[in-house]
Design a protein around this ligand. Structure first.
Ligand code: NDP
Length: 327
């Protein structure tokens, strides 16, 4: 028997319950992983709340963890029992002591990277990779806006931007978060509870504004993000922490300067083994060399059974960097 988190109705964090289950054997293309550290991602709250409904109920939750391979399916060649691995984009159910995962979603971990580092950075780091390298290629010295820069994805973006020699202008909701993002490598920070973001962007860029905005906040920042863009600039809308952007009149893109908009996701960028290897090798080498640090504070490490408290904390906007569940 093993423990996992399930929910049988949508709602607030309290719908998450710890249940006992008997793990089945992995299918021929899957591996079974004994999770040592589980990544908590904001998307998990969308699935729990019903914004992104799961395929069936009751449902497991979570798509990311790191651990040891305990069994392999008969067709799996590149991964063996005992391997230290990390995975993201699994079927829902990573909030569990044990999870069966398609082998093509699994990467073998370099020895220099711990389970906690891996679970705190894999999905978020792969996201930063495609956002800054593929959706739009950030150039050295380029100024750009990245919302929620002190969050899990955000702190990795600050460090990656610094490594690229670029000038990330971040937003965050408190002085402590602004300081943490600056330490991580943000060039400038804006407190969007106190300052007018488009005005600050104009000041910081000498009136030019930016060529690209990365916005994971969604509803609350959609329109002000467009006001930060140069003529023909690119709005990358990649999340909905404040709620989804709906009912957009496309004419607004014309009014605000012939703008472009994209709504990307990890599944649209890492679609096969080669794309996954390119992204994960680059991420692992930046973590192993200390360029990207993913330290998770004690307050953001939660026992698996306390997944509800972990979600409450994440949604309270008080967390900095990544949060983990520990089985
Ligand atoms: P974070 O740790 O960044 O947490 C979300 C942060 O959003 C909060 O800490 C808060 O920081 C900010 N925020 C702004 N407005 C709100 C609001 N109304 N309610 C709650 N939070 C708010 O989470 P993750 O690092 O896990 O994810 C960041 C974002 O990236 C999410 O929107 C997620 O969906 C998206 N994402 C998208 C992917 C993709 O491929 N499309 C992949 C991975 C993540 P503050 O108060 O300082 O602004």
């Amino acid at each position: 028997m093993a423990t996992r988190i399930e929910f049988s109705q949508h709602g607030g964090p309290d719908v998450l319950k710890a249940v006992e289950f008997t793990p089945g054997d992995p299918a021929e293309n899957e591996v079974q992983v004994e999770n040592k550290a589980i990544g908590i991602n904001y998307i998990d709250t969308y699935i729990r709340s019903g914004l992104y409904p799961p395929p069936s109920m009751p449902s497991g939750l979570g798509t990311e963890a790191a651990g040891v391979v305990s069994k392999t399916g008969s067709a799996v060649k590149h991964i063996k029992e005992g391997d230290r691995v990390v995975y993201a984009q699994s079927a829902l159910g990573a909030y569990s002591e044990v999870h069966n995962v398609p082998a093509d979603k699994v990467a073998v971990l370099p020895n220099a990277i711990s389970y906690e580092q891996a679970a705190a950075s894999f999905l978020k780091g792969l996201t930063v990779f495609y956002l800054l390298r593929k959706t739009y290629e950030i150039k050295p010295d380029e100024m750009f806006l990245f919302h929620a820069a002190a969050g899990g994805v955000g702190l990795i973006a600050c460090q990656w931007a610094k490594e690229l020699g670029a000038k990330l202008i971040g937003t965050a909701g408190s002085a402590e978060k602004m300081q943490r993002a600056k330490q991580a490598g943000a060039w400038q920070m804006i407190n969007y509870r106190e300052e007018n973001v488009p005005e600050r962007i104009r000041e910081l860029t000498g009136g030019k504004k930016v060529r690209v905005v990365y916005d994971s906040v969604g509803k609350d920042t959609w329109e002000s993000s467009l006001d930060c863009l140069q003529r023909r600039g690119l709005m990358v809308s990649f999340g909905n922490a404040s709620g989804p952007v709906t009912g957009v009149n496309l004419g607004i893109l014309n009014q605000k300067g012939s703008l472009y908009v994209t709504r990307p996701s990890l599944n649209g960028y890492l679609t096969n083994r080669e794309e996954m290897d390119e992204a994960s090798n680059e991420l692992f080498s930046l973590i192993a060399s200390g360029v990207i640090k993913v330290d998770v504070t004690e307050q953001q490490r939660f026992p698996l059974a306390e997944a509800a408290r972990a979600h409450q904390t994440l949604e309270s906007r008080t967390t900095q960097g990544s949060s983990l569940l520990i089985p």
